[in-house]
Design a protein around this ligand. Structure first.
Ligand SMILES: [Zn+2]
Length: 107
């Protein structure tokens, strides 16, 4: 995981927020080059004891915090790789980016 030396700020000039996403392979790029993959989710808590309600909650009700959130983005107009970005959902500040983490690495 790569930490940005300083948070990369979203820009809101009144025409809508623009996010500069630091791709670990290509460098900082406009969000228009990416496809949003949603919050990073690991389903390690789901097992044979999991109820249908647990599955429904895990699949259709992802975390939606106001604050830092690990997300997946696909760099469709660049390296064509999935990356994991930690973005503040209110300010769009990005604190780190890197390849998608494995469940044991995630938080
Ligand atoms: Zn890239």
């Amino acid at each position: 995981m790569m930490r940005a030396s300083a948070p990369i700020r979203g820009c809101n000039d009144g025409g809508g927020a623009m996010i500069l996403i630091p791709c670990p392979h290509c460098g900082p790029r406009d969000e228009a080059e990416f496809t949003y993959g949603g919050p990073r989710r690991h389903f390690s808590a789901l097992n044979g004891q999991t109820t249908p309600d647990d599955w429904q909650a895990a699949l259709y009700h992802p975390a939606n915090p106001r604050g830092p959130l690990a997300e997946l983005w696909y760099h469709a107009s660049g390296c064509e790789r999935w990356i994991e970005v930690t973005r503040h959902t209110a300010t769009h500040d990005i604190s780190q980016s890197g390849p998608p983490s494995r469940p044991e690495e995630g938080t």
